[in-house]
Design a binder for this molecule. Structure first.
Ligand SMILES: [Zn+2]
Length: 253
């Protein structure tokens, strides 16, 4: 998940021919030029809180009881209630979508980034994003970069990657069917990506930068499901509800 804000521009919309032949198709402009050195940037600016060891041990136990291995609880300097809420929603989605693996949770300084999933096992959430729900929400809502409207959407987005990886990267096909069911219009893949930018977020239409083939493949869009799920949990609408319904149907959930 990238950082929103910083005057993120709308992605450049390419023609179908351009998009099919370029590695940069629908890569949001906000990805360009952002600084990613951990510790160098705190885009949210909320103050840290010092907790007692007892409070942090209780927090680690809270995570453990919900099936998460909390990697670095003693470094937590955020809002304990907010992180507990984040853990609750992540646990509930993990169970709802039958994610079998034990997830390692880490809350660390990610610089300008907000969340990260490593090897389908470790979810890292930005420590600065967990300091104040109000400050993080204001940051998220400042532009169209990400779909989450509150801080817990960060962990929801990352759980979304585990779900998409488990059931296949079918987000673009599901989005297309969702558009048809809602609008009655048959959109092609590139019109569907534009629809996602307009109705979900700029980032939802990002092509996986690791995709090696220069040719268009609908499975190269890995941010669709995480972004739709994050919107569905923090700010649902008709599109997200129908998307989730179709996805669950396709995955026998
Ligand atoms: Zn992501």
């Amino acid at each position: 998940m990238p950082e929103p804000g910083a005057g993120a521009q709308k992605p450049v919309r390419l023609t179908r021919e351009q998009a099919a032949t370029t590695e940069q198709a629908h890569l949001p402009q906000m990805m360009a030029g952002r600084k990613t050195v951990a510790g160098s940037i705190d885009p949210i600016g909320a103050s840290p809180t010092v907790h007692t060891i007892q409070e942090l041990l209780s927090l680690a136990q809270y995570a453990r009881e919900r099936g998460f291995q909390f990697y670095n609880p003693m470094q937590f300097d955020g809002d304990i209630t907010l992180l507990m809420e984040q853990i609750d929603i992540m646990a509930s989605l993990r169970d709802e979508y039958r994610i079998p693996q034990r997830i390692v949770l880490q809350v660390s300084d990610l610089g300008a980034d907000l969340g990260k999933t490593i090897q389908r096992r470790t979810i890292i959430i930005s420590s600065t994003a967990m300091r104040s729900d109000a400050a993080t929400s204001a940051y998220l809502n400042a532009d169209n970069a990400l779909s989450s409207t509150s801080a817990i959407g960060i962990g929801v987005h990352e759980i979304g990657h585990l779900i998409a990886a488990r059931y296949g990267e079918i987000g673009l096909d599901i989005a297309r069917k969702t558009c048809y069911n809602i609008t009655g219009e048959e959109l092609d893949y590139f019109q569907t990506l534009d629809y996602l930018i307009d109705h979900v977020s700029d980032y939802s239409a990002t092509r996986n930068p690791q995709a090696t083939s220069p040719l268009f493949k609908p499975t190269h869009y890995h941010e669709i499901f995480p972004e739709v799920l994050a919107k569905h949990i923090t700010n649902p609408d008709e599109f997200t509800a129908e998307f989730i319904r179709l996805l669950k149907e396709a995955c026998n959930l």
